[in-house]
Design a protein around this ligand. Sequence first.
Ligand code: ZN
Length: 161
Amino acid sequence: MKEKKFEFNYTVYDSIEELPAEQKKLLKEAREVTEHAYAPYSRFQVGAIAKLSSGEIVKGSNQENASFPVGLCAERVLLATVSSLFPKIPIQSIAISYKSEEQKSDHPISPCGICRQALQEYEGRIREPLQLILGGMEGPVYVIDSASKLLPLAFTSEELR
Ligand SMILES: [Zn+2]
């Protein structure tokens, strides 16, 4: 028997102002696209912006439904949109932000478990690291070099071959 350990490195910036210009621009756009969310039930509006290797920018936001399980997170709306519009062009970075009427948007949020699975599959498919930039409307920002790091011991397409 042996015990194993999983850990990963990520970068924490004190605020958006510390980010390199390109990442700063993406996070600002993610903040803006929270306005496009349809979140009348949770009132938790999430915006996600993808920058593709071609330079294209694609937007996603969470889309809820009165039948709650029908709702989609911003990350999966974004991945489906990118894969439909630009199936051959890899995403380089995704910035994710949020706002809420009930709580302050002053710290980063991470993708939920389902979205981690979707991000991991996308990254495996394009065979390139997908960078995540996570930040609220204010406060610190996390930059994670590869989305798959958020899902250790993932169930992958390899299992189905
Ligand atoms: Zn999610």
